[in-house]
Design a protein around this ligand. Structure first.
Ligand code: GRF
Length: 207
């Protein structure tokens, strides 16, 4: 059984996609140990608790400085001891020590085709605003492992989504979620849980 902790910050629609996929048997061999949010008001926490899953709030704002938060957050994760950590719309930078301890065991979803529209400052609606500004005709989503860089770890899977005439950042964000994110992330978790992936030379391969 793959034990996972899901980290969230907001609406939690990606978390919901994971919960629904587990219920529907599209993700197998997987147990969610806990959901951690940096935001006490996150709807995602409510979704977790409605599902009988332990929802934990850990906000950098409740600690004297980032270093103390980083230590507490990493220690909490070590205590929970998941096989993998899933970042499902988590807006806090992962502490370097956590990246080391959980090397190639932290999975993130990003709402663009990396390496486009990613890196520092590219989160939330900004990603879609920049894609529209540039006039790309195809965008999408990427699931990747997390390393020390920003959106730079080995890519697990990507799914393209067409940009349409008249798109606003909000419309595009929704389409990327519906057509890519909510499909890709559950699939990646199921692939990991069932041993279908391996990492060689910093690249992800299917067995
Ligand atoms: C998603 O677009 C995800 O790719 C990004 O943040 C958003 C989170 O949405 N990292 P939700 O909280 O899962 O609804």
């Amino acid at each position: 059984m793959l034990k996972i902790v899901v980290c969230v910050s907001g609406g939690g629609t990606n978390l919901q996609a994971i919960l629904d996929a587990i219920d529907a048997g599209r993700i197998t061999n997987t147990e969610i140990l806990a959901v951690i949010s940096n935001n006490p008001g996150a709807k995602a926490l409510e979704r977790a608790r409605n599902h009988g899953i332990c929802g934990i709030c850990m906000s950098p704002k409740s600690y004297p400085d980032r270093e103390t938060f980083n230590q507490a957050f990493t220690d909490k994760m070590i205590e929970l001891a998941p096989d993998i950590v899933v970042l499902a719309g988590f807006l806090v930078r992962i502490p370097p020590r956590m990246v080391q301890v959980f090397s190639n065991r932290i999975v993130n979803i990003h709402p663009s085709l990396i390496p486009s529209f990613c890196g520092v400052g590219y989160y939330g609606l900004t990603v879609h605003e920049k894609a529209l500004e540039r006039g790309v005709k195809v965008t999408g989503a990427t699931v990747h492992f997390v390393n020390e860089g920003m959106d730079e770890g080995p890519i697990i899977a990507q799914k393209p989504v067409l940009v349409e005439q008249g798109d606003t950042p909000e419309l595009l964000q929704r389409r990327v979620m519906e057509q890519a994110e909510w499909i890709l992330l559950p699939q990646a978790i199921d692939d990991i849980a069932n041993g279908r992936l391996e990492i060689r030379d910093n690249q992800v391969y299917r067995r």
